[in-house]
Design a binder for this molecule. Sequence first.
Ligand code: PMV
Length: 317
Amino acid sequence: VVKASASAEQFAPSNIALCKYWGKRDRELNLPINASLSVSLDYLGSHTRLIPVDGQRDEVWLNGQQLQPGARFSQKVSAFIDLFRRDQDLYFRVETRNNIPTAAGLASSASGFAALTLALNDALALDLPPEQLSILARMGSGSACRSLFTGFVQWNMGLREDGMDSHGIPLARTWPGFCIGLVEIDAAEKATDSRSGMQRTVETAHLYQSWPLQAAADLSKLQQAIEARDFELLGQTAEQNALSMHATMIASWPPLLYWQPESVAAMQKVWQLRAEGMPVYFTMDAGPNLKLLFQREDRDALLKHFPGLETVEPFGP
Ligand code: PMV
């Protein structure tokens, strides 16, 4: 039972999936059809502040601007706080600041819901353990359950119907020199969010039937690559996994193509660099932007081909 509320502020990192979550077996609880594996982006993510307010509804602010109560993000945030509120009159001003572009396939909903979960845990003095916080964050946005942890994180699909075994688990390995580069093609909000994109794929693409098999095989290759610090195996697996997910999207009806011509040009540039001997790979989420996977020693050479590339070292310099 929640008794008191106080102000709180928390940060959670964004995360990039190397084996993607695509498809829900339970849309209320955000239970996935497949297990996934990601890497958290260190300092890139969301700062969320909660301030209790006297009114009868939450106020949601995103990057310094108050959102209309009817805005999609506002409604998602309030519905999420309802899980904590139960029947009590307990409303907040929620201020989220992302230091990554919002809703452009750079997973800001993941860091946003993870930071909000951590802030609610503090504001309501819940003192919940990380797995339970991960389960709660999952209900806000599936991939948010991985943003509760740093480094490589696995999200097991779980077997239970109540979802109590479906949460993020940090994988113990570190990987100095491992780099991620964000290629921003378009920062505008995408037309089809991942929730409706997943549903359309699951319901209309026959190709989707092969996806759980692809994801399971990729997950074990990624575990092996992380264990052995085999960068090529990691990069190849992540790139093929992302393209396989996009293949299922394209095979949906109406077709779901998140790419823009510039996305394809960037993919071709990556393939060209690889043909010239540079170990660089890409992954993509439900948006037009690319995330490059490479090693620190190739950073300067890569920047010549992708000027203005924002690079992050998830395991520190
Ligand atoms: O957590 P959601 O509902 O925003 O879905 C995320 C889906 C992908 O970003 C495409 C894949 C992933 O695992 O992050």
